[in-house]
Design a protein around this ligand. Structure first.
Ligand code: ADP
Ligand code: MG
Length: 670
């Protein structure tokens, strides 16, 4: 099609939208968006050539729109709603798509600073005075190679046209991936009014977007300054729009819905769901049961004062090596809707939460979203949590409770949404979990963070003839016959059941359930104080109260019930108790004590520390600043405190900065 024909045909098309275009210009818009389907109806041939040769056709469109007698000179033409055949998965983008009009969808992973970019430059030839215009499309600034008068090089730069530009990186969203695939990325350039402040909000990292654009190649500049034979693919964006992120975009067919509804009435449904979780892993029923409740999730509450209470339940598994933590996480990542599996070790480069990275391309800074942000509305499954970097640890505090991540660094400031459920696994500091040491001092993580988990499960590897026998036959049988896995429901169905429950069911607490939870909470918090000790255990805090509500709501969702019943409340209490018995249980008093989790020091331990501190004070008065540890041990034993406990107290006081140890057998108050 000749250019002149393109112009008249576009002009014809725009005539029918004249009013709308005038309106847009009057509003101050710098672009007008057209539905591709309209063009297809109006002029199928023109629409086809737009798909084939977008660069020239868009230019023609912009020239012909200028001829509409608009008050402003220049207005960009943008298209949305391209046909399904133009929609590509990022992983399928190849060089054959170069210079075509295509559409990709994905999550914004990275956004650079907005910088001016030269789009064209005018040069003057010093020999003949000729003006030469060079369109700048590459990343490298291009000068004319020669003038018509024969001159080569040393041209004078007269002027350049600048446009605001931004580079973003989009990544395939988890729901578009089949289990286990790693998401692929594509760089996209946004220019002109696509990077205006009001647009910028729509492209914050973590947002799901649909981008129409032209695929381009850019050469990768060599360090030597020369040209490489390797090229990168980038998309020159024509239009970008955020896509509404409904929770799970898993479509459930009519007959599947019927099956789900029927199964929900089965009184054994919870048990059946539990036995479908990681059937290749033997045992760990408690954990599997808790994971089902986590997958179902609680209901987010928004209060009229603008505050929110999260519905997401966070679960931490702490355990000995080789107890199948990683295997379990991997399974959950396949059935959890919108899940992202990351390892604490590997995640540090991109960051788990959000980071500011140097942007080589734009020579500035770029904001990059980590897994936790990209899993917004879904699950972040984090293995080896003890190995995440310190910056992520501090950002996670906010993320787990407020469900946002704020970042302010290198003149980038942003608030990213992170309505994400966290399932994490960590290894104990000393390699093995010790039930006699408080959990907070066993994991290389601050107790303030550990505190934000609804449930913490230790997974211990204790030799037991019966259990070992069962695991061995289970594992060996699967080694012999890999397909011989007995499961109630296949993973795909489990995922659908969970998605359905999360999508459709928002259970509400009944009076009976509230009563049950309240009674449990009040009675646990008001246990009689222990013996002659003046300190009372504070067994559970208001955090656990909210956890109980979430667990109970999850339990109602198992049955697809709109009501949280007394039974659900009991199930929640049982689950929390089972977890507290293992991690919050103080073997010295035989009571559950949440301080073991939150501060790492139990009440009975605390009262001993108080006593030992008193002894140290007394000894300082009697014998001076330096106190032999042996003397302290002797005095303590008279009060019924054993040597081991004295040593433990010394360690804690040293960590506090109350005392220090000038030599191996002496301590001194600071
Ligand atoms: P971790 O992450 O806890 O260190 P892994 O998930 O890597 O452990 O598990 C180590 C191996 O032991 C896996 O191949 C797993 O299948 C096997 N294994 C451990 N416990 C069990 C179990 N209870 N049932 C079946 N296999 C198990
Ligand atoms: Mg592991």
């Amino acid at each position: 099609m000749e250019t002149s024909e393109q112009l008249t045909r576009f002009r014809d098309f725009f005539e029918s939208y004249k009013d709308r275009i005038h309106e847009a210009v009057a509003k101050g818009d710098k672009s007008a968006v057209f539905d591709f389907k309209d063009l297809l109806v109006h002029d199928p041939e023109l629409a086809d050539s737009l798909l084939e040769d977008p660069e020239n056709l868009l230019k023609a469109a912009e020239v012909s729109i200028e001829n509409l007698d608009l008050p402003t000179q220049f207005i960009r033409v943008r298209f949305n709603n391209l046909p399904a055949t133009s929609i590509l998965r990022i992983r399928d983008v190849r060089s054959i798509h170069l210079d075509r009009f295509i559409v990709v969808e994905g999550l914004v992973r990275q956004t650079s600073d907005v910088r001016p970019q030269v789009t064209s430059a005018k040069f003057e030839c010093p020999s003949c005075g000729n003006n030469i215009q060079i369109i700048q499309i590459d990343t490298q600034f291009k000068e004319p190679s020669r003038c018509s008068c024969g001159r080569r090089g040393k041209f004078r730069l007269l002027s350049k046209d600048l446009v605001d530009a931004q580079r973003i990186v989009v990544e395939e969203s988890p729901e578009s991936l089949e289990g286990g695939e790693q998401p692929k990325r594509l760089a996209v350039f946004l220019k002109g009014d696509l990077v205006e402040p009001k647009m910028e909000k729509r492209t914050t990292p973590g947002t799901k977007v649909k981008i129409t654009g032209v695929l381009k190649e850019v050469s990768i500049p060599l360090r030597t300054g020369g040209q490489s034979t390797r090229f990168d693919l980038v998309m020159e964006s024509n239009f970008i729009e955020p896509i509404e992120e409904t929770f799970e975009e898993i479509n459930i067919k009519k007959e599947e819905e019927e099956k789900i509804l029927e199964l929900s009435k089965d009184p054994r449904i919870y048990q059946r769901l539990i036995s479908s979780v990681a059937p290749s892993i033997y045992g760990h029923e408690d954990i599997k049961a808790a994971l089902i409740l986590q997958l179902m999730g609680g209901v987010q509450k928004e209060h009229t004062d603008g505050t929110k209470r999260r519905g997401d339940m966070h679960v931490l598994l702490v355990g000995d090596p080789g107890v199948s933590k990683s295997q379990l996480l991997q399974f959950i990542s396949k059935i959890a809707p919108k899940a992202r599996l990351v390892s604490g070790k590997g995640s540090s480069a991109a960051g788990l939460t959000a980071t500011i990275v140097k942007d080589e391309f734009m020579r500035g800074w770029a904001l990059e979203a980590g897994a936790f942000v990209l899993a917004n509305g879904g699950f972040c499954i984090l293995d080896e949590m003890d190995k995440i970097n310190p910056e992520d640890i501090s950002a996670l505090h906010q993320a787990l409770e407020q469900q946002i991540i704020t970042i302010a660094k290198a003149n980038v400031q942003a608030t990213l949404k992170a309505k994400t459920t966290l399932l994490a696994a960590a290894n104990p500091k000393l390699g093995r979990f010790d039930p006699y040491i408080p959990i907070a001092s066993q994991i290389n993580l601050p107790s303030t963070l550990i505190n934000r988990f609804d449930l913490i499960f230790p997974m211990r590897d204790i030799p037991s003839r019966e259990f070992d026998d069962k695991v061995a036959s289970h594992v060996l049988n699967l080694q012999q016959k890999p397909d011989d896995i007995k499961t109630e429901f296949p993973p795909e169905f489990l995922k659908k059941y969970i998605s359905y429950a999360r999508q459709k069911i928002k259970p509400a607490l009944t009076k009976e359930a509230v009563e049950e939870i309240k009674t449990f909470y009040v009675s646990l918090r008001n246990l009689p104080s222990i013996g002659e000790q003046e300190l009372r255990p504070i067994p559970i805090s208001a955090r656990q109260l909210e956890a109980l509500v979430r667990l109970a709501e999850g339990s109602a969702r198992v049955r697809l019930s709109k009501k949280v019943t007394k039974k659900d409340a009991q199930m929640a209490i049982e689950t929390l108790k089972r977890c507290l018995m293992q991690v919050g249980f103080d073997p010295e008093t035989g009571q559950i004590d949440i301080d073991r989790i939150s501060t790492g020091i139990t009440t009975s331990q605390r009262s001993k520390i108080v006593k030992i501190q008193a002894l140290i004070n007394e000894l300082t008065r009697k014998i001076g600043k330096r106190i032999p540890i042996d003397d302290l041990i002797m005095e303590a034993s008279e009060q019924g405190i054993e040597e081991e406990q004295v040593n433990e107290a010394i360690e804690i006081l040293k960590r506090d900065g109350t005392i220090y140890q000038p030599s191996s057998n002496m301590i001194e108050k600071i």
